[in-house]
Design a protein around this ligand. Structure first.
Ligand code: PMP
Length: 363
């Protein structure tokens, strides 16, 4: 019954849940190390946890459909106006709202090879045509992407940093690109991992919104803010684009517990700083460990790193058997790579230890 564009969609493959692996392998859930979904290994900010518990008192009521308190908090923190914002059930929701507002059959969306999978998914769901532009050194080839923009292009998706490659586009190159994209195309700039960037390379794109009224910046509370399970993200754009996206948004897409937790999490700078510092140290631990094992990796600006290993699918299964969940990235045209998220020091050590055993058993 479904149209061909829907039947052609390759389902998104999430990281294997801990409970599922525990059941399959007869392992204790607490013995499993999950480094598969770029989550925050520190868990949740205690302040957000408290706010969540308070919000539970009111769950018989509908949430605030306009996320007033959260909107106010985001406006203050990032110096924005309320009408520039759209809130989503995770930032995936923001990506989908953009697709639903701007794509129709006959139009095109441009994204990079190895870019975050959801861009292709939301594009295909609208019946529009997805144009995947070959990557350069695993990163976005902005010149080629610009050349791929046609009269039919309505969205250009850019992930900065990108997942699963971890590559980052420099500020100047990005700004030049934004200035070159024709105004009939919306640039969706996905900054899910911005909090993991060092101060000198952090995005400045929020301050460019006055200049580019075809720019939508997407942010999430799933990563450094530690709220992946609650599903909160937001888009920042021109009031005209925010208005269009809000028209296709479900009225209560962000639940009340998530809104309350997000306000508290956004105010807990200390937690985000700790998350950043842990990630810096863990990235060094894992990349040094991979190098010691003789494995190449793609230098990453996120809270994960993709490394090269022959027979990656088999290594993934062997890691699973030992209770370590990482992420295969074959669906991203990277069949010889696995992606590992940066965890706690002990989790990273366990991953490296099990990986070493697997590689030793091979030789
Ligand atoms: N964008 C990128 C680049 C991501 O890696 C992710 C999470 N995997 C998301 C968006 C979506 O995250 P969420 O829906 O949890 O905000």
């Amino acid at each position: 019954l479904a149209p061909s564009n829907i039947r052609a969609i390759a389902p998104y493959q999430p990281g294997k849940p801990i409970t599922e692996l525990a059941r399959e392998m007869g392992l204790k859930p607490e013995s499993i190390v999950k480094l598969a979904s770029n989550e925050n290994p520190l868990g949740v900010s205690p302040k957000a946890y408290e706010a969540m518990q308070d919000a539970l008192e009111d769950i018989a009521r509908y949430p605030d459909g306009n996320s007033f308190a959260l909107r106010d908090c985001v406006c203050r923190k990032f110096k924005l106006q309320p009408d520039q914002l759209v809130f989503g059930n995770g930032s995936n929701d923001i990506l989908e709202l953009a697709a639903r507002a701007f794509l129709t059959p006959g139009t095109e969306a441009v994204y990079a090879q190895h870019a975050f999978a959801v861009y292709a998914l939301v594009t295909q769901a609208t019946g529009a045509t997805g144009i995947s532009v070959p990557a350069k050194d695993f990163g976005h080839d902005l010149d080629a992407m610009l050349a791929a923009v046609t009269d039919k292009t309505r969205i250009v998706f850019i992930a900065n940093p990108n997942n699963p490659t971890g590559t980052l586009i420099g500020k100047q190159a990005l700004r030049h690109f934004l200035a070159s994209v024709p105004k009939h195309a919306l640039v969706v700039l996905d900054e899910a991992y911005d909090e993991y960037l060092a101060a000198d390379i952090k995005s400045e794109a929020l301050s460019w919104l006055d200049e580019f009224d075809n720019l939508l910046i997407s942010r999430t509370l799933s990563k450094a803010y530690g709220l992946a399970g609650l599903r909160v993200g937001f888009g920042v754009t021109s009031p005209a684009i925010a208005d269009l996206m809000n028209r296709v948004r479900q009225p209560f897409n962000v639940n009340s517990v998530a809104q309350a937790a997000a306000v508290a999490a956004l105010q807990d700078d200390e937690f985000v700083e700790r998350s950043y510092a842990l990630n810096q140290a863990g990235m060094l631990q894992i990349t040094q460990g991979l190098a010691k094992l003789g494995l190449g990796y793609i230098p990453s600006y996120g809270n994960f790193v993709s490394f090269h290993v022959s027979n990656a699918a088999e290594v993934y299964q062997q890691l699973l058997k030992s209770g370590v969940i990482v992420r295969p990235v074959a669906a991203y045209e990277m069949p010889d790579y696995l992606r590992v998220s940066i965890g706690l020091h002990s989790e990273n050590a366990r991953f490296l230890e099990v990986l070493e055993q697997i590689l030793q058993a091979r030789s």
